[in-house]
Design a protein around this ligand. Structure first.
Ligand code: URA
Length: 437
């Protein structure tokens, strides 16, 4: 078999066999296929696409290219959750203890933030003492004992995806539904869950810009799940403005605690209830999404969800008192209001710009090894559709007293807001569910 023939076959619209896809991925990992041939092949996929069978074969080849986690030592149906990424997305902090409180075991591997998007591991590490490195035995033991553990992703999960993604990033081949879908699903499958709940986001802060694109991606991922025997449901949700009101690690933990207490912003609470409902159904703990929702609401109202969050903190070295007193989280010295220059209705909040503004304050990293400041970030006071007068506070920056970048960050926040004279039509948060029975 020769790589050049497989590039040609794909370019001419042929369907690659499973053994041919294995040849491509094995060659990528062991160095037999050079980067230029891999990039040419990825470009052919971008133009020609892949059938469902090919996409499933690519997913499994990448999933099996490194470590695969066997979660069978954990009792029950393990349901993983994955978000395609966004700004202010702290849903895992809420949904993991919430569904665990309702009996679904959560053995979660999460990532760090990069660029304008945050990561669950960084958010949890803003809690003093909390560590996300657990050995395999300790990880399983914790899930069996308290029902939930959240750890950082192991270095050798789906290395083929890591290599291919790095190449795609610099060869203009990221935007391909089969390549994105197989990239996401290969990591989830390698991480070992029995069922997968995807939160596919679209809008200014997301990878997919429109609801239609998000639906196409969601359908491709659900099709992979069904081809490889992992039940998969995808929720399509709006990321045209940041989720909730806070962006920044400790601030997002505080907001997650508010939701677990039955408070917090409506959009965040609603999305968590929808995601959690489908996880309960996938995990065999509820007959329908409606029944599941009632159980989740009860777990919040009774305090069980918040207690589970405190258990999670205690089990991984964090101070469980934080769950009841978020003032114990790291605090920034300055609160700087960003004020509206004129009057109007908030017609758009560019989520990517908001994410970058938080990053400028130190909440995120530009390079993988940059240090981050857990205390800083911002709070959105005005959200889409709100009426503001000139001089009203749109957002508050939480910054360090010596922060030279605060001015630049404030300008970025101001530029992210677009005001209009008429109230914009309200946008639904949810745009459909793919794969639910
Ligand atoms: N996220 C991934 O994990 N892979 C992609 O290809 C795009 C977004």
């Amino acid at each position: 078999m020769r790589m050049v023939d497989l590039i040609r076959k794909k370019r001419h619209g042929g369907e690659l066999e499973e053994r041919e896809i294995r040849f491509v991925i094995d060659g990528l990992v062991n160095g037999a296929v050079p980067d230029y041939q891999m990039a040419a092949w990825a470009m052919a996929v971008c133009f020609v696409g892949m059938t469902d069978r090919e996409t499933a074969a690519l997913t499994m080849a990448m999933a099996e290219s490194g470590d695969t986690v066997d979660l069978s030592e954990i009792a029950g149906i393990k349901v993983d959750k994955h978000s395609t990424g966004g700004v202010g997305d702290k849903t895992t902090l809420i949904v993991a203890p919430l569904v665990a409180a309702c009996g679904v075991p959560v053995a979660k591997m999460s990532g760090r933030g990069l660029g304008h998007t945050g990561g669950t591991v960084d958010k949890l590490e803003s809690i003093a003492g909390f560590h996300t490195e657990l050995g395999r035995e300790a990880f399983f033991k914790q899930v069996n004992e308290i029902g939930v553990a959240v750890i950082g992703q192991s270095g050798n999960i789906a290395p083929a995806d890591k290599k291919l993604y790095a190449l795609r990033d610099v060869t203009g081949t990221v935007e391909s539904v089969p390549l994105i879908a197989s990239s996401v699903m290969s990591k989830k499958i390698a991480a070992g869950a029995d069922a997968i709940l995807l939160d596919v986001k679209f809008g200014s802060g997301a990878f997919m810009k429109t609801a239609e694109e998000a639906k196409t991606l969601a359908e491709a991922m659900v099709a992979i799940g069904s081809q490889v025997g992992r039940r998969t449901v995808a929720v399509i949700s709006d990321m045209d403005q940041p989720l909730g009101r806070t962006v920044g690690n400790a601030l997002e933990v505080r907001e997650a605690i508010e939701v677990l207490r039955g408070e917090g912003p409506d959009d965040l609470r609603e999305l968590c209830l929808v995601l959690g409902s489908h996880m309960l159904v996938l995990g065999g703990r509820a007959e329908s999404a409606e029944a599941a929702r009632a159980r989740l609401e009860e777990a919040i109202a009774s305090g069980a969800a918040l207690r589970k969050f405190a258990d999670l903190l205690a089990a991984q070295g964090g101070d469980p008192a934080v769950a009841h007193d978020p003032a114990l989280l790291p605090q920034a010295e300055l609160r700087i209001p960003v004020r509206a220059a004129g009057a109007g209705f908030v017609a758009a909040i560019d989520a990517e710009r908001i994410g970058l503004a938080a990053m400028l304050l130190g909440a995120g990293r530009a390079e993988k090894d940059d240090a981050i400041d857990y205390a800083v970030g911002l709070e959105l006071v005005a959200k889409l559709g709100d009426a503001v007068e000139a001089g009203d506070t749109l957002a508050v920056l939480y910054a360090r007293a010596d922060d030279a970048k605060a001015q630049e960050s404030a300008e970025s926040v101001l530029a992210a807001y677009r005001l209009a004279s008429g109230r914009p039509a309200p946008q639904p948060l949810l745009h459909g569910i793919v794969g639910a029975e």
